[in-house]
Write a protein that binds this ligand. Structure first.
Ligand code: NAD
Length: 340
């Protein structure tokens, strides 16, 4: 067993959206010994830094979790097989298999004497019966029980929360857990089937604008309500919760709920365009309504995520716009070189 280094911090899922931002932010805050781990090949990571130890490892495997945790002082476990509703509704077994990642990472963290362990849970742990109305019911932490989580993905998150709790109670591993409510921002998945509503809607509006076909497909009736947390708030919340004495899973989300139709209104306003809306009623749409009740985080940390949705969407829209233009240009040059 390795001795924990004074300051080696490990981030798993570092090739993804939140993990990549977390590595960037820890680095900017002076964490010089960082290990970033993800199953994706290094060239596919959303963000990668040469002065960080970057490892491409499948953390479903126990031995790879040992390698990832060796010498670590703190671990942020963000690795999971996940995506938006389109992905989690059709890949329940794959989502549940992320239980291997957290279970093996907890065991490795314990074995290597890690001093603190962060787990990224989700609002999908909440009981579906409390999310049947469109009026964005605010979900309090206690509303996860009696348990009736989102099928597949949500059950894995709820189980893994409990595993973190029991490792703390039984083995003294200091675990911290946040229930993220939809996170969005630059570097988030925006195409390919795993994207979530804010990125998907930005992309569809941009494609309509660039193509001149002024229509948009919306999944469901558009009345579903959600809240969306900008990435900067997520990073601040992770840091506050990791440094806190909050032992139980706590909401980390915005309390500014909007319907999907209102989300489209906001993105249209940024784009300066109005689109004809086509509703795909049989598409995956998740629960009818969900919002983050932030009384507990306010009480315990004196803070809650507070970036206005319009402001966060503006930055996200700009970033996705650049990706769409780049994709269009590379497509044009591939077609041109094929024609030559
Ligand atoms: P993401 O998909 O961008 O990042 C997750 C990363 O985990 C990916 O890069 C993926 O390659 C990696 N991964 C998957 N399986 C792995 C394996 N076997 N070994 C190593 N790496 C593996 O997702 P994200 O949005 O950055 O989410 C990060 C965490 O936050 C996840 O645990 C997710 O469930 C949780 N979460 C995210 C949101 C959100 O809105 N983005 C909401 C609730 C919870």
């Amino acid at each position: 067993m390795s001795q924990p280094s004074q300051n080696l911090t490990v981030v798993t899922g570092a090739g993804g959206f939140i993990g990549g931002h977390l590595v960037a932010s820890l680095r900017a805050r002076g964490h010089f010994r960082l290990r970033a781990v993800d199953v994706k090949p290094l060239e596919e990571w959303e963000q990668r830094f040469d002065d960080v130890e970057n490892l491409s490892l499948d953390l479903n495997l126990k031995e790879n979790c040992e390698t990832a945790a060796a010498g670590a002082n703190e671990i942020y476990n963000l690795a999971a097989n996940m995506g938006g509703m389109g992905f989690i509704e059709h890949n329940k077994a794959l989502c549940m298999l992320s239980v291997l990642i957290n279970t093996h990472m907890l065991q490795a963290a314990r074995r290597h004497g890690v001093s603190r362990y962060f787990y990224s849970s989700s609002a999908c742990v909440y009981n579906g019966d409390r999310q049947k109305t469109f009026e964005a019911p605010s979900l309090k932490e206690e509303d996860a029980y009696p348990a009736m989580a989102e099928d597949g993905y949500g059950w894995e998150k709820l189980f893994s929360e409990r595993m973190c709790r029991h490792f703390r109670e039984d083995f003294g591993l200091a675990t911290r857990m946040a229930r993220f409510h939809n996170v969005y921002g630059p570097f988030g998945t925006w195409e390919g089937g795993r994207e979530k509503a804010p990125a998907a809607i930005c992309r569809k509006v941009i494609e309509a604008k660039l193509s001149g076909k002024h229509e948009i497909e919306i999944w469901g009736s558009g009345d579903q309500t959600r809240s969306f947390m900008y990435i900067d708030d997520c990073l601040k919340g992770i840091d506050l919760i990791m440094r806190s004495d909050i032992l139980d899973a706590i909401n980390l989300g915005s309390s500014e709920a909007v319907s999907i139709n209102q989300l489209v209104d906001k993105v249209e306003a940024i784009a300066g365009i109005k689109l004809k809306r086509n509703y795909k009623l049989d598409a995956p749409k998740g629960v009818n309504g969900r919002n983050s009740d932030n009384k507990l985080i306010q009480k315990l940390l004196g803070w809650e995520p507070n970036t206005a949705l319009a402001a966060g969407l503006e930055k996200t829209y700009r970033w996705i716009y650049d990706q769409c233009v780049r994709r269009q240009q590379s497509h044009t040059s591939t077609v041109a070189s094929a024609a030559n």
